[in-house]
Design a binder for this molecule. Structure first.
Ligand code: ADP
Ligand code: FBP
Ligand code: MG
Length: 460
């Protein structure tokens, strides 16, 4: 899919007619390496060859609207009621985003009221719509010191019209949905339902995912805290494996469709011998297969450390007698439930090494929930705060059906339709995976038959 400038345009509720409380601060601002002035845009692509490929004048090259405060805003701040909810899986930094939104809206824009809806989109159903939290700067002052979300979260589908009724009942003018790909889809549906009823409510997405699988965002918030935490588990398993006869250290990490956590945590720990991710199929058997490589490694080095993303090798579970991925159904939000590739690997590695006289000591850790429930680190705390500021500014300026994101280190507005148009995945031909191969020294592929080979990744 080739993106055009028009695909990146942002929907606005109307003309900005009110002076922003931040307008004075903006009078002398100009674009610089550290600031994008109102009206300037951020390029989608950043290489000379990509730009040259368009053969377009600069103003027609695909670009994002820059985030940030505007001199004029759409809503009269003092009459605004804002709503906030968090949905989907947990992620470090959710409380930091909530806190940042509440502070920016209350302190600078002096909005009338901020309502927190509990337990994700379920909080917008008729049954739960009155179970809300009044969010004030005092209430959120210390929440960034805890992981999780003070608002709670959930999975599961809700009726868009019922959710719009809840927004109307609470007099919500701007709603912030802090969620992953599912949350961004839900926000899109909600936006469409609002538009169909001719209502003046802005819907803003703040993308969250520890899988880092949302597109058009350099790295999602909380991701760094999560992989830093995962790094410690890889280090522990490495110590255990190295100290055990024929030690096999296996760490399973989240990553349903994208192996970013596995790749970054392995690079950070710098002690993994093998990294397995969903993007790169692998074979177990045969001279070039994973089992032969594990055996070779244990013989040569005495132990082996494997970092496994939960979505890796799912096709291996389709073999007869195994819990095939299609038979497991979906969770309440429609996400495919994965087969237990970790169980299959533990069994097959143990059987293989035992058969060749290297009976292993298996050291296995699954730190999935531990790494996503940690408190945001210093870097993510700053990132969350700045995303929250960008989201508050966008909402007050009447932008709707967009997410705020950081793209090539600039904060931008991304139409929600684009946020859910593709999945961010590790590019097997990209420099991240090259670094993994350089660090682990594992082969580029473990004997994969032609028909199961990966398809080349493309950029938008
Ligand atoms: N296509 C969709 N349309 C409307 N709502 C959706 C859609 N996909 C997911 N949702 C809702 O968004 C919420 C969050 O989705 P989920 O997949 O659980 O987490 P995440 O937002 O982290 O991806 C859930 O309540 C889910 O029902
Ligand atoms: O057990 P849960 O809560 O369904 O979450 C598990 C899943 O959440 C994830 O972290 C991603 O979820 P989100 O899309 O909600 O961010 C996956 O990696 C993992 O499979
Ligand atoms: Mg999701």
């Amino acid at each position: 899919m080739t993106l055009q400038l028009d695909d990146l345009r942002v929907r606005r509720l109307g003309e900005c007619r009110y002076d922003s409380p931040l307008s004075e601060m903006l009078t002398t601002k100009q674009t610089s390496p550290h600031y994008v002035a109102e009206g300037d845009r951020v390029l989608l692509e950043d290489t000379v060859s990509m730009l040259a490929g368009h053969d377009l004048p600069p103003e027609q090259v695909p670009s994002f609207e820059a985030a940030g405060p505007r001199r004029k805003v759409y809503f009269d701040p003092s009459s605004v009621t804002a709503g906030i909810l968090t949905c989907g899986g947990l992620c470090p930094g959710l409380n930091n985003v909530i806190r940042g939104l509440v502070q920016e809206l209350a302190v600078h824009y002096k909005v009338k009221r901020i309502v927190g809806f509990r337990n994700g989109l379920r909080g917008l159903t008729a049954e739960y719509r009155d179970d809300t939290v009044e969010l004030t700067p005092e209430h959120v002052r210390d929440i960034h010191n805890a992981g999780g979300t003070i608002l709670g979260s959930s999975r599961g589908n809700q009726d868009p019209d019922e959710m719009v009724d809840s927004l109307v009942e609470h007099g919500i003018d701007v709603l912030f949905v802090i969620g992953g790909d599912g949350g961004m889809r839900a926000a899109t549906c909600l936006s469409k339902a609002i538009e169909a009823r001719g209502l003046d409510i802005a819907v803003l997405g703040v993308p969250k995912t520890i899988d880092n699988d949302l597109p058009f965002t350099d790295q999602s918030f909380g991701f760094q805290s999560a992989f830093a935490s995962a790094m410690d588990f890889i280090s522990s398993v490495s110590v255990e494996a190295a100290a055990s006869p024929n030690g096999v250290g296996l760490v399973k990490l989240m990553g349903r469709h994208s192996g970013f956590i596995a790749a970054y945590a392995a690079l950070a720990a710098n002690g993994a011998d093998i990294v397995l991710i969903p993007e790169i199929p692998f074979a177990l058997d045969g001279p070039d297969g994973l089992l032969a490589y594990v055996e070779h490694h244990v013989r040569e080095k005495g132990f082996v450390v494997i970092v496994l993303a939960e979505g890796a090798g799912q096709d291996l579970l389709d073999e007869p007698g195994l819990p095939g991925r299609d038979g497991l159904g979906t969770d309440a939000s429609g996400n495919v439930k994965l087969g237990r590739i970790d169980d299959l690997l533990k069994q097959r590695i143990t059987d293989h090494l035992t058969a060749v006289g290297l009976a292993p000591t298996m050291r296995y850790i699954d730190p999935s929930y531990s790494i996503r429930s940690v408190v945001a680190n210093a870097y993510d705390s700053v990132y969350c705060l700045r995303l929250a500021h960008a989201a508050a500014h966008a909402a007050m300026a009447g932008r709707t059906e967009i997410a705020v994101a950081r793209w090539r280190r600039r904060f931008v507005h991304v139409p929600l339709s684009l946020m859910t148009s593709r999945r961010n995945r590790v590019d097997p031909d990209g420099d991240l995976w090259m670094s993994v191969l350089e660090t682990t020294c594992q082969p580029a592929e473990f004997g994969v038959p032609r028909e199961r080979r990966r398809t080349p990744a493309g950029f938008c």
